[in-house]
Design a protein around this ligand. Structure first.
Ligand code: VGL
Ligand code: ZN
Length: 232
């Protein structure tokens, strides 16, 4: 909500409570912060760097401390993964190919299992995360989503985990807004969870307007678009 509207000039008076304080989000026992792919590969100096991706680390650290439940994801590809341009003769990173399950954007080799590139960012202070879910480990299937792989059939198990633990309110942060964040948020909605994406705690790759398209798709799926300042 908007705070100090102030017709009559009351806003500066100490007994007028700003709307923000009343509306502020305090995550309860059924809320989970889902931290998407905060790995070296997606940070400056990594193999698939998302511009300004490092800027959100302090925000995520602050946000995570407000949550009783934190789950993280890790992009976790095999060497020679099908989503790598290097696995397709004559193709370049950011080209698209047609795979049995549909169109696939090709990426530089990134987040290969067990490499430093695939490690979670060292500056992330989320050692108390309760689950790290890895995805994209099937050599012939990519997985932007933390819930459902790119064949739209193979499940990661995350929906079952959240539902079994009663974690019905999912707050999503991380990288990248237009790929793993967007797909994860939409699939969380498909699993009937309540979902909000914290916009300023995400950064996008933005291929041909993909960030704007992702927000449209997320909003159409019933994903709430919020800011970290919306939290108490
Ligand atoms: C991602 C492209 C390829 C992401 C992962 O985390 O958004 N993007 N693999
Ligand atoms: Zn990937």
């Amino acid at each position: 909500g908007t705070a100090t509207g102030a017709p009559g000039g009351l806003a500066g008076l100490p007994w007028v409570r700003p709307a923000r304080a009343q509306d502020a989000i305090t995550p309860g026992a059924n809320a989970v912060l889902l931290v998407i792919d905060m790995q070296n590969c997606f940070l400056p100096g990594g193999t698939l760097p998302v511009e300004h991706g490092d800027e959100i680390i302090p925000l995520i650290n602050t946000l995570a401390a407000k949550f009783q439940n934190v789950v993280m994801t890790q992009d976790w590809h095999t060497p020679g993964h099908i989503s790598f341009a290097s696995s397709h003769a004559g193709k370049q990173p950011f080209d698209t190919v047609e795979l049995p399950y549909g169109p696939q954007v090709l990426w530089p080799d990134h987040c290969v299992q067990g490499t430093d590139d695939a490690k979670l960012a060292a500056d992330l202070n989320v050692g108390y995360a309760q689950l790290i879910i890895r995805k994209g480990y099937h050599p012939n299937i990519d997985s932007y989503s933390a819930f459902l792989e790119a064949d739209r059939e193979t499940r990661t198990g995350l929906a079952g985990y959240l539902i079994e633990r009663g974690l019905t309110d999912v707050y999503v942060v991380g990288l990248a807004t237009d790929f793993c964040v967007s797909w994860s948020a939409q699939d969380a909605r498909a699993a009937d969870l309540k979902v909000a994406v914290v916009e300023d705690a995400c950064r996008g790759i933005d291929l041909n307007g993909s960030v704007a398209a992702a927000w449209e798709a997320m909003e159409a799926a019933g994903v709430r678009r919020i800011q970290s300042s919306d939290f108490a």
